[in-house]
Write a protein that binds this ligand. Sequence first.
Ligand SMILES: [Fe+2]
Ligand SMILES: [Fe+2]
Length: 305
Amino acid sequence: MKTRTYIPVRASQIRYYRRVPLFFESAPGVFQLYKPAGMGISEVRLDEGLHPRLFIEETDRDEAALEVHRGFNQDIARDIREGDVAGVKETLCRLVEETLAEPRAGTIQALPETMGILVSGYSDQPGVLRTLATISTKDYSTVIHSVNVMALTLSFCFFSRLSLPETRRLGLCALLHDVGKTEIPSEILKAPRRLTAEEFEVMKAHPAIGERIIRQVSRLDGEIVQGALEHHEKLDGSGYPRGIRRVSFAGQLIGIIDCYEALTNEERPYRRAQDPLDTLRIIKEDVERGKFSRRIFEKFCYSLV
Ligand SMILES: [Fe+2]
Ligand SMILES: [Fe+2]
């Protein structure tokens, strides 16, 4: 008989499990059912931590990831209704953290629904999205960067009156644009200094890795894949990975917003965060050099006002 494999569940996620059965380890290597499929764990038990360390069966992995993400989505919908922007950001960061920890079908599948909730929740109040992007968090990471880029992108889309399906696609693209960084060694990703030329070469692989991951694990629209692949390309051919001059709209838009977000929020020991206006001036120089589209850049500036 095939031995079953069990995976520990994060304590913060236990309350989301209903459909997926949970197990506990009664003796080393011996797992017993703790709650069957179709039942939740009572709030009291959760609040008091009255449960042992819990596990899921490996075969339930994708189903479990989906269930947790649905829980996140419900939390986001509730926080939007209640006007709790900080709550929305916190849940979004947890969701993206899960996605980036292990980008696979189960974790990426619930993202379109999240984007639908955000787009319909904020379509009449784009100002809230800018607040979402500027809510500061001490721990700056790819997760927070991705959520910030998404918020700025949605705000751009609403300002530009793009259709809701297009807004959802671009929002998803923003959320996933750096998913390829999950395969870049963390010594390089978190280096507290400027990267060496060799390290930068490794880093430059992240758009193509991202493209592969998104294609492998999901059936997301081609525009989303293209945006992830092309967000570091420049219109004068000086970008990477391919050095192309014909860059998709998604690639161009995410490219500008990515730069803006990285410069305004990234606090590294060798560089402090820039003031938003100074950042726009820096990006404008790249517009003058023919790296970014003037039309998209100007629209982005207006969307920030
Ligand atoms: Fe990137
Ligand atoms: Fe980025």
